[in-house]
Design a protein around this ligand. Sequence first.
Ligand code: AMP
Length: 275
Amino acid sequence: MQNISNEMRKSYKTIAVVPTMGYLHEGHCSLIRLAKETADFCITTLFVNPTQFAPNEDFEKYPRDFERDFNLAKTNGSDFLFNPSVEEMYPSGFSSEIKIKGITEKFEGKFRPLHFNGVATVVAKLFNATLPDFAIFGQKDYQQTLVIKQLVKDFNFPVSIVVAPTIREHDGLAMSSRNVYLSTTDRNKATILYKALNNVKEAIKKGTRKKEEIDDILKDTLLSLPEIQIDYASSALADSLNEPDYFESGQKIVLLLACKLGKTRLIDNMVITID
Ligand code: AMP
């Protein structure tokens, strides 16, 4: 992969990479199309990274369909699909791990303690393999985008990070490879996440500024489904994830949700600038 990227770079061609775990949907495809608009070449990476899954999580049963992914990547404009094996990425004797402090310690990081170490490490390896000028990530994984920006800053990766909007189903559910785990009933109920985000958006329009009130709206909306299990439903400043008691005009905030419906864990978020 490095040889191919070096050849492209020798002819002054720019490269955008789209890191994915596969089982591509329209969310991924929108990133691939954006990559192709942003750079001369698009490399899509397809790697279900074992080190970002905890032992009790879904690494083994994570949905996989190489043929379909290959075709979707190609038809959406990807020039290369980089699909390394676990052994190639982590050969025996592999001994390193990148740990980013601070931003990784709350929200998703609190519930999945080693997750962002796995993400940071694999993304660093994927950057070194693909040598991109740009890397495209989805807002869907909001905290991940902050972690990657910190990684790039701290390790001086010469890569520009582009964050693309979350693509949703017609009823507002954020697209995710994991949505296939939902039963039909839970799939219908899963729209509650988007509803919670929109309820806060409306409340903020009407003048709500207190973090506690905002978080209560998120939680109360979600809990209208008694069976939902909330990991977190919270608001924070969008750039730092700090949590002041009040938000002020001009501040950009993010609403962050993670909850379980049945056995399926869903995450979603919304960024709002306070008027
Ligand atoms: P994943 O395969 O789930 O690791 O996701 C690969 C990339 O696609 C990440 O940058 C995700 O944030 C992004 N992504 C996943 N779902 C969506 C979506 N619904 N809309 C936009 N980007 C997404």
